[in-house]
Structures are given as C-alpha cells and as structure tokens.
Design a protein around this ligand. Structure first.
Ligand code: NAD
Length: 297
C-alpha cells in the first residue's frame, strides 16, 4: 500500500482552514485552494504549504471540504481529470450520499479511488485535531488515508461503503438539530414560568435532558446572545434536507424529522442568509413572541 505524500486541499473555510493546518503540522506537503480570492495565499503565508493553480496535479490525495455536494461536483469536474491513477479523493464535506456515490463511480473508471469522511465537532475541535470522523468506502482506501484522518480527528469510525459516512453525518445533525430546538423551547417555557435559563441549563446538564446543545451551545451562544458558533444556519438546513433525502430513499416514515427540517428551513427563511445556526433560537423566540432571558414578573 503506497503511502500518501502530496495532498491537495480544496475549501479552506471555517472548517477546512484548521484541518489543512493540522495536516501541515503533521508534516504533509499540502496544496490549498479556495474560491475566495487571496484566501489560499493568506493561508500559505500563515501556515505554509503551497497555493498552485491546480492542487490535483501530482496529488496522492485530494481532500474536499466544501459547502455542498454541488460544489464538490463542480470542483471535481474542473480539476478531477488532473488526478493521477492511484490517487484517492477524500470527500470530507457533509454531502449527499447518492451524489458522492455517482462521483465515486466516475472516478473509479479512471483508477482514482474515493472515500467519504465527513466530520463532527465544529471549528473548536477542528482547531485541536479532535474531530469525530465518520467514513465510508473500501477498507483498503480508508486504511491508506487513515494517517491523514488521524491528523485531523480522534474518533474515526467506518460506517460502511461509499456514502455511509455522509448518511451518518446527516442523521447525526438531525438528532443534534432536534435537540437544539427542543432545548430552546424548554428554556422559553421555563422563562415564562419564572425559571432562570442559566439555572435551567445547569440542571439539564446534571439530568437526563442533557445533550450537546445544553452542554456546548445554550450558554455559550444563545444566552450570551453571541450566536457565533461557526456553523452556518444554511448548512444545517442542507444537512437536514440530506437526512430527509436518505429517509425518502429508504422509505422510512419520519414525521418528527420532517417537522425538524421544516422548522429549521423556516428559521433560515425568517432570519435571512449568513446566520449562525444557533441564531435559530431567535426564530423560536419570534414564534413565542418573547426572549429566553425574560422572567415572569
Ligand atoms: P465555509 O462556508 O466556512 O467554507 C467553505 C469554503 O469552501 C469557503 O471558504 C468557500 O469559499 C469555499 N468554496 C466554495 N466553493 C468552492 C469552490 N468551487 N472551489 C474552492 N473553494 C470553494 O463552510 P464550513 O463551515 O467550513 O463547512 C464546510 C463543510 O463542512 C460543509 O459541508 C459543512 O456542512 C461541514 N461542517 C461544518 C461544520 C462547522 O462547524 N462549520 C462542522 C461539521 C461539518
């Protein structure tokens, strides 16, 4: 099994930037690219690596960390043909399993392998290299890229064949998104009753209502009114749409999942583009015509 030498990394956004930096710190030569002019050059100036016109050229592995599968298709359509036989594409975006499978088939015809390896843990855990990574693809290709994944994450779980990591990721975010909204609704009800929202979060975290939102989002981004977790509201809606797509493809009735997606989509429509996903609390507040911090008089 040939070790990975040169890496191309496409999409150095909020997540891709720290992930590419981790690879450089692990000693890999990394060629970066981003659609925002100057961003790749800025990255190279700060962290090293290179910013060539075509990072697929000569790469043993090409990592994609882009908003959607549509972006990944566009990038692979443009620079994928430069990949050499034997190279492997590591699709780390939270994408659509069916789209990724179609891309993998096209690449396989040219001797290029593809695996999916979406992540969880947000910007904070991307910075420290402690992401949870869920993978899909052939065992041999995944074994080959394992050292790269270990530079970015600590929990790496093979979920199945190509697309399985992305199905798992969408379902993870479904659970996370439902947990967030119901926790916010509980705080709204509690505030009206006269409970202190900060105390409520403490009690939830010591009780069976504890979830990732009660632990890492409510005080940090909602009660603080900062709404700056680093994960976009539009991306959450995209992930929930993928979860529903997987639900439809598997003919699984999922009324609560459907309701969750609709609520998040309505929040995105109401709040407009460019919002952090934690700002969805404002949508719940608008529905309740109140603020979480409000106390009963
Ligand atoms: P982001 O918008 O911050 O970064 C995406 C980057 O891709 C941007 O810098 C953008 O300019 C670039 N880009 C878009 N199209 C491109 C193209 N054609 N060529 C080159 N670059 C292009 O998004 P993000 O928050 O880093 O998320 C990336 C992926 O990771 C998404 O699929 C998201 O759902 C997923 N994700 C995000 C988080 C998070 O906390 N932010 C956590 C887990 C997973």
């Amino acid at each position: 099994m040939e070790a990975i030498g040169r890496i191309g990394f496409i999409g150095i956004g909020r997540m891709g930037w720290p992930m590419a930096r981790r690879l450089i710190e692990a000693g890999y030569p990394v060629a970066v690219q981003d659609a925002v002019p100057g961003r790749a050059a800025d990255f190279v100036q700060r962290h090293g690596g290179t910013a060539p016109a075509n990072p697929a050229d000569g790469a043993d592995a090409l990592i994609t960390m882009l908003p959607t599968s549509r972006d990944v298709s566009a990038v692979l359509g443009a620079i994928g043909p430069s990949l050499k036989p034997g190279a492997v594409v590591i699709e780390m975006s939270s994408g659509e399993p069916s789209a990724t499978r179609a891309l993998a088939e096209g690449l396989a015809a040219r001797g290029v392998a593809m695996v999916d390896a979406p992540v969880s843990g947000g910007v904070a855990r991307a910075e420290t290299g402690e992401l949870a990574i869920m993978t899909g693809g052939a065992a041999e290709a995944l074994a080959r890229v394992d050292p790269l994944l270990r530079a970015m994450g600590t929990t790496i779980t093979r979920c199945g064949d190509i697309g399985a990591g992305q199905a798992m990721k969408a379902l993870n975010n479904l659970v996370s998104a439902a947990g967030f909204l119901v926790s916010v609704e509980a705080l709204l009800i509690g505030s009206r009753f006269g409970l202190d929202p900060g105390v409520m979060v403490d009690v939830l975290n010591a009780s069976t209502g504890m979830n990732n939102s009660t632990q890492r989002k409510l005080k940090q981004f909602v009660l603080s009114r900062k709404f700056d977790s680093g994960f976009g509201l539009d991306l959450m809606v995209k992930d929930l749409t993928i979860a529903m797509q997987v639900g439809r493809e598997t003919a699984t009735p999922a009324p609560l999942a459907a309701q969750t997606r609709e609520l998040w989509a309505a929040a995105a429509a109401l709040l407009g583009p460019g919002q952090d996903h934690t700002a969805a609390a404002r949508f719940s507040e608008a529905l309740a015509a109140g603020q979480i911090s409000e106390q009963k008089g």
